[in-house]
Design a protein around this ligand. Sequence first.
Ligand code: SF4
Ligand code: SF4
Length: 177
Amino acid sequence: MAKIKKTVKTIKIDADKCNGCRTCEVVCSAFHSEPKYSSVNPATSRIRVITHRLKDIWLPVFAGEYTPAECMGRDKYIIDGKEYDECTFCRATCPSRDMFKDPDSGLPLKCDMCEGNESGPLCVEWCLNDVLIFEEREEEVEEEVVIDEMEAGLEALIDKYGYDKLGTAFARLTQKA
Ligand code: SF4
Ligand code: SF4
């Protein structure tokens, strides 16, 4: 298998600095609205801030991978005596919960590092407390790994719409191209 260069993008989260202002949610949802910046709805954000206001706990969680099957078990965290709901800190979009799903279409939401935005991730740019720190590095990976990522995205669409509808959509897009 051929080796190719892959850029690995990371956002480091300095959680102690977060004050729960939720600017990150606002700017993320605005950037991903259609057309861009036409609306704000934190339910469509790829970053959500988990909170426990009384204990001053604020923890930003980024939307990760889609998975069609839920875990074999659930997890629960207790932090500073507060028990959080099952799966609260999980990044996955899965059938167990509504977190990181578009409220209208039900399609999975995933952080795309603000693809297409020249200045990089907007949540990093707009977090005035320096909670979010963007880093980039190059890694050599097997070509197959990159293909796997694309297949995961297609799998989510197939689960949601089925082969027939997806095939029709592809055919329509191919005609436009
Ligand atoms: S913008 Fe920064 S400080 Fe505000 S909630 Fe998001 S991560 Fe926390
Ligand atoms: S990097 Fe972009 S897509 Fe990812 S959570 Fe931040 S604003 Fe949203």
